[in-house]
Structure formats: C-alpha cells, structure tokens
Design a protein around this ligand. Sequence first.
Ligand SMILES: C[S@@+](CC[C@H](N)C(=O)[O-])C[C@H]1O[C@@H](n2cnc3c(N)ncnc32)[C@H](O)[C@@H]1O
Length: 313
Amino acid sequence: MRLLTTAAPSARMKNPSQSGLAATIDYSFIRYLEAKKTVDDRALNTHVWQALANELPAATIERPLRVLEVGAGIGTMVERLVEQQMFGHTQYTALDENAALIVELQRRLPRRIRRGKTDIRMETFIGDAPSFANRVENKHDWDLLIAHAFIDLVDLPTAVRSLLTCLQPGGLFYFTMVFDDATILQPEIDPIFDSQIERLYHLTMDQRLTQGQPSGDSQSGRHLLSCLQQERATLLAAGGSDWVVLGGPEGYPADEAFFLHFIIHTIRIALRDHPEIDPVRFSTWVAERHTQVERGKLIYIAHQLDVLGRIST
Ligand SMILES: C[S@@+](CC[C@H](N)C(=O)[O-])C[C@H]1O[C@@H](n2cnc3c(N)ncnc32)[C@H](O)[C@@H]1O
C-alpha cells in the first residue's frame, strides 16, 4: 500500500468512525514516514540488499559514488544506508516533490555524514522526479538510482524510462517496497466485507490520476519486472519485502501502532464516499480496526517486491 502526500501533511481527525485514541490522532505524514522506518527495516529483502552491496563500484575521495534517490521523503533510507555502512565516499542527491519533507530531511541529516567508512555529502532537490530526470544536465550522471516506497506511485512505463536515463552506462537501480496486490488485515471482521474493502481499495490505486495522468497501480511489483525487461535492463536480484506488523507481549514495536492507525485512516479516506460501500457499515468497520490496533490485536501484511538491476553499458 503506497500513500500519496498530495493532501495536507498533517490532519487532525475527529470522526465518529474513530474510537478512543484514534479520534485524537494527528495524522502527520512526517510521523508516518518515521514510524514506517522500523517496519521497512524488517521488510527489506536481505538477498537484494546484499546483492546491492556486492555490485557497488569502488569509490574514492576523488571519484565518489554518485547516488540519486527519488521520492526520498524525510531521508530514512539515507539513515539506514549509513547505519548499515553500505557506502564509502558518496555524493548523495535526495529528491522529493514535497518541500515540507525535504525540510525535515535537512533537519535530520547533516550535509556531510561521516561514520566509520561512510563519508556522504548530501544535496537535496524539491521537484517532480520524472521532470528532474528529463533535464539534459541530469542525463547519465549517477552510478546508482534508489526509489524506496515510490515507484508504485508513478506511471511505470514513462517514469521508469525517464528515471533510468539518469544512470551512467552500466549504472545500478534499486527499487524497493513496490506494492503488489495484497493488503491483509487480521483478525477478520467479516470475510466478505473485508474482501470487498481490499478490492475497492486496490481499485482506487488502479484508477488514481495525478495531474490527469495515470499514477501507479495495485500490481506495480509484477508490472515493474516486465517493464524493466522491456527496457532491456538486467535484473540482478529480486525478492519479497512484505510489511508484516503485529503486536507482541509489549504491544507494537517503536511507533508502529501509529503506523497502523495511519494505514486504517488512509483506507477510510480512500473509500469514505464510495458508492458500493454502505457508509454506516464502513464506519463501524473502521472503528473496529482502530480498536484492534489500540488492543494490540491488529495484524497487517502488505505484499511488496524489491528489485536490483543494471542498465546496459
Ligand atoms: C510513500 S512516500 C515514501 C518516502 C520515502 N521514500 C520513505 O520510504 O520514507 C512517497 C514519496 O514520494 C514522493 N513523491 C510522490 N510523487 C513524486 C514525484 N512525482 N516526484 C518526486 N517525489 C514524489 C512523496 O512526496 C513521498 O515523499
């Protein structure tokens, strides 16, 4: 499930379909991205991650690795790469169309990050990723293109084609958390109604338009693989990166209860006026899902894929 940020970054909800704590939550997108980090840490495919580490070209202070991350949000992928010491000398360009997120990224990360063998110089851009990629000065400039929890938000054939032109010949791309057709919420409330909600929710992804253009779909993971084959890219590694969130004896880890409330809130916003859904029944369903989170009982699984590949030399 991928969440767009075209709405206000934060919205305090007061709604009868939300119970207790959920009724008072400030649905901040920045907090959502922070809360998502631990979920992503668990979910990222280790085989694909290791393949990335193995394929990276050598970098020196004179010739640093050049990395472009599109849809970078508040910079949690950079933080992860630093924590895992993935890079040595690196020039890292983080781009996002949402200015508030880039401001938050700049607040969280210094312009130069030194830790162990890692030495990263950061630069940031605010703007639309495909438009950035289409500028002549950005062609064939980067060694590695990263798109984390992003590529299922854009029209795959056109966006992938333009984004890959940013890479030098033989450059690598690492596309992660690409949603693919399963939003599972347990325990069941009503199997038929639950399935209807999942189907209609996925349909909102299939029908989503951004500035009048198609933008992503609910089977982006599999579509990405075939799209990359058509672009004659070499696929080096791929694997599942499902989000799996469940509460243990101490409740949910870190801020993952908030993450789950945000997911339920997003489904509510997507489907609240849907003509095929009984609004009263849907309100009750939403309230029950929030209650399951408050009790530590909700289990959430979203099916996603990670892909590493190389463009031709
Ligand atoms: C689901 S968020 C993921 C953010 C970050 N990669 C993370 O995982 O924390 C998707 C991000 O893509 C950005 N975005 C969406 N469409 C974009 C576009 N066309 N160009 C640049 N950024 C875009 C959003 O602003 C948002 O920050």
